[in-house]
Ligand binder design. Structure first.
Ligand code: BGC
Length: 697
């Protein structure tokens, strides 16, 4: 009897162990065999395979956040949730390298530098265990008062497209998803969550969408973030025309669409219109989405469509094949610090340099006076979600002091400077008049230029204009350094001051970069990515009603209304000078195809080495619709030793000559003559040629 019981217990335990072993090995085998886990299988097969294993509940969990930066992991199938961080100027979670803000990166007009900066940022993101960068921002600076101007690449669609693409490719080269934002027409911060943008189709297509299109088609970005505002009465997160029609159907976008934080306002309308992921939390895409499916308001295939996009992006970012492991030592490396310095140096724009006051000759200097509200603070970036916390930062004063070494005296007094608006103390007047050079650092900061709020005007903060005027009246060797994220007005003092440099929010190395430019270690080579107006009255009203067809913001507007700005788009001087010669256009002067090659010789006519950004603008001489007087369609940076000449080549295709035809619903090039304008800024065209489009046979 006992024996039988023992035997039964024994058999039962054996069976149980067998079952467990089968379960364990069976599971492992089935996982090992799963196509989605096979890195050599085609991505679409992996996506289909994984989708087939998900329950409806699990699918819906892929589509919404569970906290500010993440979406939930699926442990059963080993699917990592999204791990995000804001990324336009550096990683915003914990401390990280703070690169110059995007407007500063735009001022470099340097695709390769933008690529390398974004790649470094991507590497830091991965090193922090994240793999989704919430950037770049490619909204156009429609008005320099826009609170987030500093976070974008400026006023021109071509410049924004080129740098946006470089950025996306750089970030994604590190197996990080780039999120191009904010789609679309998020050009104003006041009322950003409720604004209803009314933009005509041509302006939308020619000005506000090209950078997004380029990031999708050339950059192959894996994510696009919707804007808070409405476009044409519809919130961007439920805007069928923007998301399904343009982004996904016309442009062939293969990634996923994520809402800006709290920009989703509905369940059924949003998922049907093409929103794939809701952030920060699944308010409309959690239980309400499940209910919508069970009530038959949303078909499961619509859910599948969104989930596939999410999974595809995860596969493409290598999340299944490469573990995203935190590696803190890869953050703020010496290389990244060097890159932050290189970018900051190349972003500085020399606006004015009368009598070649700059660069300062340190051998001839025994004392420098440094003053101004932004002298003793490192204004590394603008306010809001993009603000990075660096390990260190360098103010202009610190940069100048370290450049001085012990070779000359650097005088500074914060206390006296604070009283500047009430007139300078006699001590400051002694110090200023005796100095061999005076450097006044003025500008804005992250409270004045911030997400969520536009500036009412472009005046420097209170007291700063007076401070500059008073200083220059005491010492004519005054150099003004403007640190800001967008344009500021300088009209009160610009004609009295011999030298001005513009330093857009320059990241952690800003102070060293300023010193390097002042003392000629770096020959300035930045160019303005936005127009600087002379007076407030030059700006059109900043409303929701967008420009009429063929007009556009920035230099397009100034050209049309014959306004002369203080500093034109593309302006930037050097410590040397460049000549433009031998413009050649091939093939000949007329073509049907409009595949055009333009070459021009650039000669460094000075003694020191320097870089010039050669800009190419196109003007349609006569068109059936009104077109901007000229539009940027090419730029190349060339570096030349003193006396050296190099040939710069531009390759243009039909798109450079096209406008959006609202009847044909496509970009078209009309037969006729086009001027090809090559120059050093939008208002400094040095050499011209023409090309004609012939009517096709
Ligand atoms: C901003 C986005 C940002 C998000 C997450 C929003 O307020 O508009 O640009 O990515 O917050 O920080």
């Amino acid at each position: 009897m006992i024996k039988r019981e023992f035997l039964l217990t024994y058999l039962f335990s054996l069976l149980l162990s067998l079952l467990c072993l089968t379960a364990v090995f069976g599971k492992r085998n089935s996982t090992e065999k799963a196509i989605y886990r096979d890195s050599s299988a085609p991505i679409e097969r992996r996506v289909e395979d994984l989708l087939g294993r998900l329950t409806l509940q699990e699918k819906i969990l892929q589509l919404g956040g569970n906290n500010n930066w993440n979406t939930p992991d699926n442990r059963r199938l080993g699917i990592a949730g999204f791990k995000m961080a804001d990324g336009p100027a550096g990683v915003t979670i914990g401390r990280a390298t703070c690169f110059p803000s995007p407007i500063a990166l735009a001022a470099t007009w340097d695709r390769d530098l933008n690529y390398r900066t974004a790649a470094a940022l991507g590497a830091e993101l991965r090193a922090k265990g994240r793999y989704v960068a919430l950037g770049p921002t490619v909204n156009i600076v429609r008005d320099p008062r826009g609170g987030r101007s500093f976070e974008s690449f400026g006023e021109d669609p071509y410049l924004s497209s080129q740098l946006g693409v470089a950025y996306v490719k750089g970030v994604q080269s590190k197996n990080v998803i780039a999120t191009v934002k904010h789609f679309a027409c998020n050009n104003q911060e006041d009322g950003r969550k409720t604004n209803n943008v009314l933009v005509n189709e041509r302006t939308l297509r020619e000005i506000y969408l090209p950078a997004f299109k380029a990031c999708v088609q050339q950059g192959k970005c894996l994510s696009v973030m919707t804007a808070y505002n409405k476009v044409g009465h519809q919130y961007c997160s439920e805007n069928w025309y923007l998301l399904n029609t343009i982004l996904k159907d016309e442009w062939g976008f293969e990634g996923y669409v994520v809402s800006d934080w709290g920009a989703c306002h509905s369940t059924v309308n949003s998922i049907l219109a093409g929103l794939d992921v809701e952030k920060p939390k699944a308010r409309y895409f959690g239980r309400p989405l499940r209910e919508a499916v069970s009530r038959g308001k949303v078909q499961e295939k619509i859910i599948d469509r969104a989930v596939k996009r999410v999974l595809r992006a995860k596969f493409l970012a290598g999340v299944f094949d490469k573990r995203v492991k935190p590696t803190p030592k890869l953050v703020n490396t010496i290389e990244h610090q060097g890159l932050a310095l290189e970018a900051a140096r190349k972003s500085i724009v020399l606006l004015k340099n009368e009598g070649a006051l700059l660069p300062l000759d340190r051998k001839k200097i025994s004392s420098i006076y440094v003053g101004g509200s932004n002298a003793n603070v490192a204004v590394i970036g603008g306010g809001g979600s993009s603000l990075v916390t660096p390990y260190y930062s360098v103010s202009a004063l610190e940069g100048i002091r370290s450049a001085a070494g012990g070779d000359f005296q650097v005088l500074f007094s914060q206390a006296r400077q604070r009283r500047a608006s009430r007139g300078l103390s006699s001590q400051v007047r002694q110090a200023v008049s005796r100095a061999d050079a005076v450097i006044v650092v003025v500008g804005t900061n992250s409270e004045i230029e911030t997400e969520g709020r536009d500036r009412a005007d472009l005046y420097l903060p209170r007291g700063q204009d007076e401070f500059v005027e008073e200083i220059v009246s005491i010492n004519p060797n005054t150099i003004v350094v403007v640190v800001s994220g967008s344009a500021v007005l300088m009209n009160d003092w610009i004609d009295k001051v011999p030298a001005v440099i513009q330093c857009f929010f320059g990241g952690q190395e800003m102070g060293n970069a300023i010193a390097d430019v002042l003392f000629g270690v770096q020959n300035p080579c930045g160019k303005l990515p936005i127009t600087f107006p002379r007076w407030m009255k030059q700006l059109p009203p900043f409303t929701n009603l967008y420009e009429p067809p063929g007009e556009g913001p920035g230099y397009r507007f100034y050209d049309k209304y014959r306004q002369v700005p203080l500093f034109a788009f593309g302006h930037g001087l050097s410590y040397t000078t460049f000549d433009y010669k031998n413009l050649k256009i091939a093939p000949g002067n007329s073509t049907v195809e409009m595949d055009v090659t333009v070459t021009v010789d650039i000669h460094n006519s000075g003694k020191v080495a320097g870089s010039e950004v050669v800009q190419l603008y196109i003007s349609d001489v006569r068109a059936s619709v009104e077109r901007p007087e000229k539009e940027l369609k090419g730029f190349e940076r060339v570096t030349l030793e003193g006396g050296e000449t190099k040939t710069v080549t531009f390759t243009l295709d039909e798109s450079a000559f096209a406008f959006y035809d609202i009847k044909a619903k496509m970009f078209v090039v009309e037969p006729g003559v086009f001027d090809i304008l090559v120059g050093s800024s939008s208002s400094d065209i040095r050499i011209k040629g023409i090309v004609s489009k012939e009517r096709g046979k």
